[in-house]
Ligand binder design. Sequence first.
Ligand SMILES: Nc1ncnc2c1ncn2[C@@H]1O[C@H](COP(=O)(O)OP(=O)(O)OP(=O)(O)O)[C@@H](O)[C@H]1O
Ligand SMILES: [Mg+2]
Length: 263
Amino acid sequence: MKIAAEVCPVCAGSGWKAVPGAPDGGVTRCDCRLQARGGAMIAAAHIPKRYEHCELSNFHTDFPGANHSIGLAHITATRFVQEFDLRQGVGLLLVGNAGVGKTHLAVGIAKALIRERGIDCVFYDYAELLKEIQDSYNPDVQTTELRLLRPVFETQVLVLDDLGSVRPTEWRWDTIRLMLNTRYNNNLATVVTANFADEPASGVVDPDAPRKSESFATARAAAKEDTLGDRIGERMRSRLHEMCRVVKLSGSDFRKIKSASFG
Ligand SMILES: Nc1ncnc2c1ncn2[C@@H]1O[C@H](COP(=O)(O)OP(=O)(O)OP(=O)(O)O)[C@@H](O)[C@H]1O
Ligand SMILES: [Mg+2]
């Protein structure tokens, strides 16, 4: 026996619905179509299994150890989704110590942008992305596969998680510069998370000077805690400030709070 597919009572299957009060019978995408498309877009967004549960709606702001910055970050993330304007290309830079919920919020933003606004988003872990690009590099033709770079350059919103988590080398600096500059020039928004204080380079070395090797940076970093400026260079940090609104999160590591509360 054939069961008739359920037809959306709002749009009667057309995928479009009337905008209340709009002149000239204006229409917009029906929620049923956004939902169906949203499911496919979320699947394509590359969100790691570990963060699949993350939503803006299950981000807690009221728990022992939560401070003002957590609530403020949640409000900023929610407004960012509501007010997101594709033409402006302004993203967010979420900074703070480990476990304060930077990645959770970034994933929540991406999922909400997809579902509620129909905006294309893709998630990449900074270190993994660099490794994939490096592995795909073909020294014979001195090129990297476009298949990998295209989403980074072209997706409407890129979530770049844990920026600077691997130590800078000349190649990594050039690569991140190319990614961010390309997006900046094309007015595409980037949501970045970073586990470093959003402060200038410590000044031990000139961060924008060409790097010789990884061991050079490793030796210097061993002496002092790195800032974001140390990890991505002052020029790139300043570029990020133009591209993103900075959101600072502070407080306890939620992973520890969770294990203390739930055993
Ligand atoms: N306010 C919160 N409400 C609900 N879950 C949270 C909250 N903050 C963090 N979590 C959860 O705690 C875990 C760690 O959070 P998350 O990975 O977002 O931290 P992070 O700031 O990105 O840390 P890191 O710097 O180590 O990457 C995740 O499972 C996340 O879902
Ligand atoms: Mg994280």
